[in-house]
Design a protein around this ligand. Sequence first.
Ligand code: NAD
Length: 469
Amino acid sequence: MNSQDINNLQNAFQYNVNLGSSPNAVSTSPTQSFMNTLPRRLSLSKQQKVLKPFSTGDIKILLLENVNQTAIANFKEQGYQVDFHKGSLPEDELIEKIKDVHAIGIRSKTKLTEKVLKHAKNLVVIGCFCIGTNQVDLEYAAKRGIAVFNSPFSNSRSVAELVIAEIISLARQVGDRSIELHTGTWNKVSNRCWEVRGKTLGIIGYGHIGSQLSVLAEAMGLHVIYYDIVTIMALGTAKQVPTLDELLSRSDFVSLHVPETPETKNMISAPQFASMKDGAYLINASRGTVVDIPSLIMAMKAKKIAGAALDVYPSEPGKNGAGLFADSLNSWTSDLVSLPNVILTPHIGGSTEEAQSAIGVEVSHALSKYINEGASVGAVNFPEVSLKALDYDQENTVRVLYIHKNVPGVLKTVNNILSDHNIEKQYSDSRGDIAYLMADISSVNQSDIKDIYEQLNNTEAKISIRLLY
Ligand SMILES: NC(=O)c1ccc[n+]([C@@H]2O[C@H](COP(=O)([O-])OP(=O)(O)OC[C@H]3O[C@@H](n4cnc5c(N)ncnc54)[C@H](O)[C@@H]3O)[C@@H](O)[C@H]2O)c1
């Protein structure tokens, strides 16, 4: 390739960068799209190992809803253009802005519906800088070859710490004493107030949060038992028990850390309260559907349960404000709030500065890795595929990223196209209607690349192609 060729390629980039070539999104011809995938890194030093088939300065990222500064720092380090906004955008403005960005970072307020995503012609990836992803039309995004990432576990520690605080607060009736004193009542009592040392904590769901809680609780002298549908190695001296009933009958404190599934709906209801020890405590910072609240109210009124801490509810307000936590939201609210020794928090288990910062790091790294290397591990709507980074000493090696419809015969077609070259590594996976193939092929020259691209682009099942090298 001579210097004129290189100039031409660079010019093509400057005017029409497009990372993806999803059928609905790209109006360029296959050759133009191919040109878009060609590198400017021809002039880069040999040591640079990250795969970038583009000048990183051309990559545009729209960040909304005040996503954490750690994310901005990471994207800027990558050299991407960052358009940062503190709030969400009205739909018409969002549609205008999303038209030419390659990535977007949002939290829970921005709705990325089919209507909005239809306009996202260059979008390759969406980052939800939060836990939930139901603000995004995941299926439509996948159909368009747009991967969606979130950060489900960055706040595990924050939740575990809140639960520790609640265990002690319930045992010492701290909430009630505080409310009394706020209204001028001095009520110094020790009756039915306990130390937690030597008591038994039963953890239901020993995943990211449950297992963290286990470690913290043991440090305070609690005995820990746990129940989980899978067999999980215990941390410290915790012990897994075979049935939920055994856990309930042995625990002084029961804390729930299961996901929301059909099996966990109302998993703690009247029969489970009956199985619990007299004077036990219940903590739920998992999902609101897991505990049947009317049964909890009855168990507390009957003095079977000595206290409860709830952070999550079957229905939760969509915004902050006074008067929102009311019977109109959940019919039992006034009954619940009138009970003694019940700590109610507005779904703040994961809401700490540290968790926000960790979310910023985790999601921005996932996005950069997907843009730069094609790795989709952790994507919520997409097959999870990864290959180790290409070695820069491997001259003439190209990474093919081929997102396609999950229909029979595609791999045969693709492998026919790639078969003239040496396939160093190949990994493919599918999820629903979408499949994703990553392949590293060696002994490829510039004209081969063009040829491979055009052949792949003409395959019927193609959704989107990127070539990295
Ligand atoms: N309050 C908050 O702010 C907050 C923050 C983060 C997470 N959460 C919630 O906490 C819960 C736990 O989160 P995590 O990150 O630890 O999840 P996780 O996926 O790491 O762990 C969940 C565990 O529950 C187990 N499990 C699933 N179904 C079960 C069942 N029927 N019976 C017993 N065990 C079962 C799983 O095997 C797994 O070990 C989730 O519901 C999550 O949404 C709440």
